[in-house]
Design a protein around this ligand. Sequence first.
Ligand code: UFG
Length: 331
Amino acid sequence: MSILVCGGAGYIGSHTCYGLIEQGEDVVIVDNLMTGHRGAINPAAKFYEGDIRDAQILDKIFSENKIDAVIHFAANSLVGESVEKPLKYFNNNVYGMQILLESMVGNNVNKIVFSSTAATYGEPEKIPIEENDKTFPTNPYGESKLIMERMMKWVSRANGINFVSLRYFNAAGAIESGEIGEDHSPETHLIPLILQVPLGKRDHITIFGEDYPTPDGTCLRDYIHVIDLADAHILALKYLREGGESNIFNLGNGKGFSVKEMIAAAEKVTGQKIKTEIGTRRAGDPAQLVASSEKACKILGWTPRFDNVEKIIETAWTWHKNHPDGYSDKK
Ligand code: UFG
């Protein structure tokens, strides 16, 4: 049996495909390459270039391959963009999920592992965040992912599909070989932006606010390595194959690092001084986002391997140093 990975050419999707293939799984990828990269596709996977909103291509994939489960990453994921263009997010993310679920039901595929986000919680009520905490997204991106989770919940009851939703905190790092990594356009994420300074691609990093109620005044985030996220998807798949019921899990290291701490760690890793400027707060940024991942550890048997931010940054550095222009050299 094969696994269909929707969005397998994206950042977390491609790392998960590498992990699945390493475990001997047959992987089929569908990706429209809107934000994914051809160069991120594992050569051992079977690739369909197409959009999950296209029912015909999904039905074709399900009929041409024996698929027992879907891992779904195909979505837009930029918080700021989602505020500017909410309908893009409801179309690609929510409507995309509807077509995917319809095709799964029609083709008798009853397992799905879903890429969700800490953005479903919005401003946290307490730290660390647990899965049963209030979900009140503060942007359309988080809202779209929460709606997608709820769609799976109702479809699971009506049509017997079992799902695992994985709510990631701050995905970071790259495969240790440096073969694939993070490449967003535009780049908005902290670690790649910090590393652009020692790469000579930007003069400084702007710290978005130092007046937060945190020890050094900058925001705290829970950085989790992309390989640990990939492992969690593989464990979630195993859980569903063994008959596990539909469930939601947080994925993080359980420790918050400030923006200033991340810059200091990057200076250590790169051996270079990184120039900073203090800017204003970015709209919608909560002061702290830290996960409790106890549930994933207990039920899925997940243990993050990269619990050290310097190690996480080191893997990102290996990727960015060797691919300063991302995948553009591979396309
Ligand atoms: N930051 C800066 N300067 C920059 C970029 C980021 O100071 O140039 C700060 C941000 O203000 C934030 C931290 O660095 O405090 C991390 O920012 P990222 O953009 O890397 O990540 P976010 O925490 O904003 O976003 C992550 C995921 C989203 C998810 C969100 C949940 O990338 O997909 O967590 O709120 F929705």
